[in-house]
Design a protein around this ligand. Structure first.
Ligand code: ATP
Ligand code: MG
Length: 592
């Protein structure tokens, strides 16, 4: 559904933005230039993410600037300057070295949003070990699976998380040599060491050793929305893309107070929740607390947040609370609001403009791409519902799809890029700095993700005649109904435009005549009753908006399945409806 409406930006915002002239920036940009904007290790010793994020500021005029402003659960604030962050991460790197942990070995973190996490992440990169951050709310099984896959040598966690999550699986992790526990009470658990004792005894001075830009740095697991999570490996050179994309897509500058709400257990929370703002030299905000509408508005207002990077699921939760809460807070410092991770409904973009005073800027990327690839920009108008346009340095394309729904790859390896306005599998010309360099232990899957110089994303998108991209769905999710290809997101968006609907999940149900029937599961806003009248009304509402691709069935559902990062899991929804185990779905897809 291409919407004609556009949200225009005021002239003052346009003029101040980092990326004022999109076409010109695309013409003139080169990754070499972006590389030259960073320092590199002294003496030409390579490129290291943590050196760019911390040490070069700690040794320069920004040493006294607040790098991390941390809010604890109870409202306490701790500020850590770039100088102090340099020392803390130096101590951590020395601890690793002192324990005999070698460059290239895997260091995992299992921590909430606490200062120790940021120190461990950056200290690990200084020591040239590979960092893998885990989401602290994971239970023992997902943690065991990820630590086993990555052969974790070191784990940094808290005593409570250790008891709850690690102790039950420790005997399944033979490669794990060191468990470092944070906090003063972190003693007395067998097989662990106290990190603050070790750090206290270590020197704050640490010189980052020679780092090849192609050395492995980060191991991120995908969200597992479509199947088992995959481990995507990234290299130090990724920092070139973190920096350039933070400037272009998030409009970040040194004087910004930047808040990324993603948990550092996900790629967004590391690329943009840690690395990017520090490389820029801005102040990054971290809030230990969990989502709570009132708290979030208060943080935005009191901390004078200027750039806010969040997720559609959070925006939807704020929308559910209504505009009154927002009106109680002074959000005038906000310059840019951006979102990633799932389709951002046009409704949510406009809600931002009305309630936050700034439209929400959608952007698109994946764990595998390491950085934002397609985005709405601060200086550009917004077409609500569009993910925006490819960043300077990124060549996006749409490839013709074959019968299995994925890009058609000929026997000789050739693909079929589509020209102009089109719909196909979204692909990116391989070779940008933050492109993943492997799926852990799965070289075949990695090889299969590329064809004829393109990385195939597995997402289906549409491009309008002006070159803006619109998300259609995941190749696996797209519904084929009575000869139509239906993107679930489009249907969900149309339903969410109804005032009674808070969230929707749409799937195809097998049907002997149509192939698949579009079925919607709808969560209503607080206080709204699920009546037959409402169901009929929603069916009509959908029909008027969508015509032939409207849902034929609507069910009310207060428990849509979500990933831990908040995405609607259509795959699970479908399995649940069909009474199948999740794994059986692939058979279904092959046979449909
Ligand atoms: P898995 O690969 O394990 O199934 P996942 O794809 O959800 O999980 P991530 O790498 O965290 O794991 O998510 C990237 C995906 O999220 C994209 O491929 C896309 O499907 C979706 N996504 C990200 N941003 C957007 C966006 N702005 N609009 C629509 N979808 C988005
Ligand atoms: Mg994926």
């Amino acid at each position: 559904m291409l919407r004609a409406d556009v949200i225009h930006k005021p002239a003052d915002l346009r003029a101040r933005a980092n990326l004022v002239d999109y076409d010109r920036a695309r013409r003139e940009f080169s990754w070499q230039q972006a590389r030259d904007a960073l320092s590199g290790l002294p003496g030409g010793a390579g490129l290291n993410i943590a050196y760019e994020a911390v040490d070069r500021h700690a040794a320069g005029p920004r040493a006294g600037v607040t790098a991390l402003r941390w809010l604890d659960r109870t409202g306490g604030v701790r500020e850590i300057s770039y100088r102090e962050l340099g020392e803390l991460t130096g101590r951590f790197a020395n601890v690793l070295t002192g324990l005999g942990v070698r460059p290239g070995e895997r260091v995992y973190t299992l921590l909430g949003r606490v200062p120790d996490l940021y120190v461990a992440v950056l200290g690990t990169l200084k020591a040239r070990c590979v960092l893998s951050p885990l989401f602290s709310a994971f239970g023992p099984e997902p943690v065991a699976e990820r630590m086993h896959l990555g052969e974790a040598a070191v784990l940094v966690t808290t005593p409570a998380l250790y008891r709850r999550t690690i102790a039950p699986i420790r005997d399944r992790l033979p490669a794990l040599r060191h468990v470092l526990l944070t906090g003063p009470a972190a003693t007395g658990l067998p097989g662990t060491a106290n990190l603050s004792d070790l750090s206290g005894a270590a020197s704050p001075a640490f010189t980052v050793g020679p780092t090849d830009p192609q050395d492995a740095a980060l191991l991120h697991f995908t969200s597992g929305t479509t199947g088992r999570p995959k481990g995507a490996l990234h290299v130090h050179e990724a920092v070139v893309a973190h920096h350039a994309t933070a400037r272009f897509a998030l409009d970040l500058r040194t004087d910004d107070v930047f808040w990324c709400t993603a948990d550092p257990g996900w790629v967004t929370g590391t690329s943009y929740g840690i690395v990017a703002p520090l490389v820029i030299g801005a102040t990054m905000l971290s809030d230990e607390g969990e989502f709570d509408a009132r708290r979030w508005y208060r943080v935005l207002a009191e901390q004078r947040v200027t750039v806010w990077y969040t997720a559609p699921t959070a925006v939807r939760m704020l929308m559910r609370r209504g505009p009154e809460e927002a009106a109680r807070h002074d959000l005038s410092a906000l310059r840019l609001v951006a979102s990633v991770g799932e389709p951002l409904n046009p409704e949510a973009v406009r809600w931002g403009a009305e309630v936050l005073g700034r439209p929400v800027h959608d952007n698109w990327w994946q764990t595998e791409t390491g950085a934002i690839m397609i985005s709405n920009f601060a200086a550009a108008d917004i077409r609500p519902g569009s993910m925006g346009r490819p960043l300077p340095g990124i060549d996006a394309g749409l490839l013709e799809r074959g019968p299995d729904g994925r890009a058609l790859v000929d026997a000789d390896g050739g693909v079929h890029p589509l020209a102009g306005a089109a719909e196909g599998e979204l692909a990116l010309r391989a070779g940008w700095p933050s492109m993943f360099r492997g799926y852990l232990n799965d070289p075949e899957r990695y090889a299969a993700a590329f064809a004829d110089g393109w990385y195939l994303t597995g997402d289906i998108a549409r491009r309008d005649s002006d070159g803006w991209y619109w998300f259609v769905g995941r190749a696996d999710d797209v519904i084929k109904s009575a000869g139509h290809l239906v993107g679930p997101f489009e249907v969900e968006s149309a339903l969410m435009a109804h005032p009674a609907v808070a969230e929707a999940g749409v799937i195809g149900m097998p049907d002997p005549v149509a192939g698949e029937l579009v079925k919607a599961f709808v969560t209503l806003r607080a206080g709204i009753e699920p009546t037959e009248e409402l169901r009929t009304e929603l069916l009509g509402f959908g029909r008027r908006a969508l015509g032939a691709v409207a849902p034929k069935e609507i069910a009310f559902d207060d428990a849509l399945p979500h990933t831990r990062s908040g995405k609607v899991m259509r795959r699970l929804l479908k399995a649940r409806e069909l009474g199948l185990a999740e794994g059986d779905l692939s058979t279904l897809e092959v046979t449909r």
